[in-house]
Design a protein around this ligand. Sequence first.
Ligand SMILES: [Ca+2]
Ligand SMILES: [Ca+2]
Length: 176
Amino acid sequence: MKEDDLKDLKVQTQFTEEELKLWYKNFLEDYPNGIVTKDEFKSEYTKFFPYGDASSFVDHIFRTFDKNNDGVMNYKEFIVALSLTAKGTPQQKLRWAFAIYDIDNSGQIDVEEMAEIFKAIEKLNTGPSDGVSPMEKAKSVLKEMDVDSDGQISIEEFIQGINRCPSLLKPLDMEQ
Ligand SMILES: [Ca+2]
Ligand SMILES: [Ca+2]
């Protein structure tokens, strides 16, 4: 690993230099090409969701980790993701949750984006459906959180409103 990269990662993650080096060694043992493909990521991550069909939900998670959007995760993206999920502050995790819902990365969540993620979350569950469609749920969450009534949820509205809609974070609790 280059000295510059190491310096960057010390700033971007909660890991020490020793941990970063050790993780890098392990990473290259698991992924000798130095990248995690989307399929490899999916086969690992879907283990957190042993029931139901996690495929589309994990697609959305991958999108938030694949920062440069090239379809694979390099070590840097991998370790930043690991730091976030394992050691992130509540504030960092909230921002990550927001990014999952903000599919087009516009800085706002609209009702279609929210319904899309709800649809993916619904597939994680095998139990009986509550009979409320993802779109209906999305509309009621929007109503609850969209304080300035512009039809979209900004990061501020999301952070301020999350206590009223805690179920938005439910599928992200798997690491606890
Ligand atoms: Ca958006
Ligand atoms: Ca708004």
